[in-house]
Design a protein around this ligand. Structure first.
Ligand SMILES: *Cc1c(COP(=O)(O)O)cnc(C)c1O
Length: 364
C-alpha cells in the first residue's frame, strides 16, 4: 500500500468509496494490462484477454453471493433506474397487477414506471411515517394473481433496510442497489435482483441483474432487443459493447471482498462500522436524532438530524471542514447522512463518531 496517499473520509451516497487496494491495482495495470501493451479500456470486448476479465467478474459474483445454477448474472447499462422500466416492460402485461412495497424515493420511482405498462398497486407504504421504517412481514398481503412483488432492500435516502425478507408465492423482485454484497443474502428467495454498481460493487455504468432462467422465458416478446433480458442472457452480456472498464473494476472489487474473507466477514465489519455511528446517536441524549426506527436501521446509510436547525448547519459545516465528505442528507429529506458502504474503512467511521462526540461536547 502506498502510504503517501492521503485518502478522504468519503461518506458519499453514490458514486462512493472504492477500496484503495483496488484503485492502486488498477493504476498499476492501467497502461499495460497484463502484458497486452494496452489498458483494459483499449481491449476489444471480443478478445480473449477481455473475456477472462468479464467471466471472472461473473464467476466471482456467483461465488460470493452463492447464486444458484438456475440463475443468470447479467451486466446491463442504464443504471438501476432503467430496471424500474425494464422490469414492468418485460413482466407486466397491460391488464396485470403487481404489488409495490413502498419504503422510499426509489420505490416511488420504480412504481411510477410500472404504471406505464400495467396495473401496479401500492401493497403497503410507510410514507406516513416519512419512510422511517420497513413494513412488518405480516403487512405484506398480496393478491394471488399478482405478476410480481417489488421491494427496495435498502433505502439509500431514508436510511432503512430490511432485516428479513418475505416469502411469497408470486415472483419477488428486489432493488438491492445500496446493500448488495454488504451481507449474505438468500438469492433463491428472489426471482430477480438488480443493483447499480456504484455503491458497493464498483464504478457507475454497470448494473448487475441476477435473474432466474425460467423467468427470462416469460419475458414480453414485444420489446426492443436491448431491453430484453434474454439478449443479455444468450450473449453472456456481450451482445453489444459492455462497459468494459467498469466490469474490470467490479471484478477487482469482488476479488478484494474475497480476499478479506467474503460476504460474512464484510457483514461483520459493516455491523461494527455502523455501530460506531449509531452508538454516537443513541448515547447523545437526543442531541442527535436518528431518522430510522431502531429495528429498521440500514447498515449502509445512517440518517440523522442534529437538534436545532442552526446547530445542524454548524455540524455540517464543521464536518466538511474536518474532511468528512458527503455527510449532507439527500436534498429531499435534509439532515445528515453517513453512507458507510463496504469500502468505507473502519477508521473513517471511527473518526466520524469521534467528531460527533466532540461536537456534542462543545455544543451540547
Ligand atoms: C442509487 C440507487 C438507485 C439509482 O441508481 P442509478 O444507477 O443511478 O439509476 C436506485 N435504487 C437505489 C436503492 C439506489 O440506491
Amino acid at each position: 500500500m502506498n502510504l503517501q496517499v492521503k485518502r478522504a473520509y468519503n461518506f458519499n451516497a453514490g458514486p462512493s468509496a472504492l477500496p484503495l487496494e483496488v484503485l492502486e491495482k488498477a493504476q498499476q495495470e492501467l497502461v499495460d494490462f497484463r502484458g497486452t501493451g494496452m489498458s483494459v479500456m483499449e481491449l476489444s470486448h471480443r478478445s480473449k484477454d477481455y473475456e477472462v476479465v468479464h467471466n471472472q467478474a461473473i464467476a466471482n459474483l456467483k461465488e460470493l453471493l452463492s447464486v444458484p445454477d438456475d440463475y443468470e448474472v447479467l451486466f446491463v447499462q442504464g443504471g438501476a433506474s432503467l430496471q424500474f422500466s425494464m422490469i414492468p416492460m418485460n413482466f407486466l402485461q397491460p391488464e396485470q397487477k403487481a404489488g409495490y412495497i413502498m419504503t422510499g424515493s426509489w420505490s416511488e420511482k420504480a412504481f411510477k414506471e410500472a404504471k406505464l405498462f400495467g396495473n401496479p398497486y401500492q401493497l403497503v407504504s410507510t410514507k406516513d411515517s416519512n419512510y422511517s421504517r420497513i413494513p412488518k412481514l405480516n403487512e405484506i398481503q398480496h393478491n394471488a394473481d399478482d405478476a410480481y412483488l417489488h421491494l427496495t432492500s435498502n433505502n439509500t435516502i431514508f436510511g432503512t433496510g430490511w432485516k428479513e425478507f418475505p416469502t411469497v408465492d408470486v415472483p419477488l423482485f428486489a432493488d438491492m442497489s445500496s446493500d448488495i454484497l454488504s451481507k449474505p443474502v438468500d438469492v433463491s428467495k428472489f426471482d430477480l435482483i438488480y443493483a447499480g454498481a456504484q455503491k458497493n460493487l464498483g464504478p457507475s455504468g454497470v448494473t448487475v441483474v441476477i435473474i432466474r432462467k425460467d423467468l427470462i422465458e416469460k419475458e414480453n416478446q414485444n420489446v426492443p432487443t436491448m431491453l430484453k433480458y434474454s439478449t443479455f442472457a444468450k450473449n453472456n452480456s456481450l451482445y453489444n459493447t459492455p462497459p468494459t472498464f467498469g466490469i474490470y473494476m467490479l471484478g477487482e472489487v469482488l476479488n478484494w471482498v474475497k480476499g478479506i474473507g467474503g460476504v460474512t466477514e464484510i457483514a461483520k465489519r459493516n455491523e461494527e462500522k455502523a455501530k460506531l455511528i449509531y452508538d454516537a446517536i443513541d448515547e447523545s441524549n437526543g442531541f442527535y436524532i436518528g431518522h430510522a426506527e431502531t429495528d429498521s436501521r440500514s447498515l449502509m446509510n445512517i440518517t440523522f438530524r442534529v437538534k436545532g436547525e442552526e446547530l445542524e448547519k454548524k455540524f455540517l459545516a464543521e464536518a466538511k471542514q474536518e474532511g468528512f465528505i458527503g455527510v449532507n442528507g439527500h436534498r429531499s429529506v435534509g439532515g445528515c447522512r453517513a453512507s458507510v458502504y463496504n469500502a468505507v474503512p473502519y477508521e473513517a467511521c471511527k473518526a466520524f463518531s469521534e467528531f460527533m462526540l466532540q461536537f456534542q461536547k462543545v455544543n451540547g
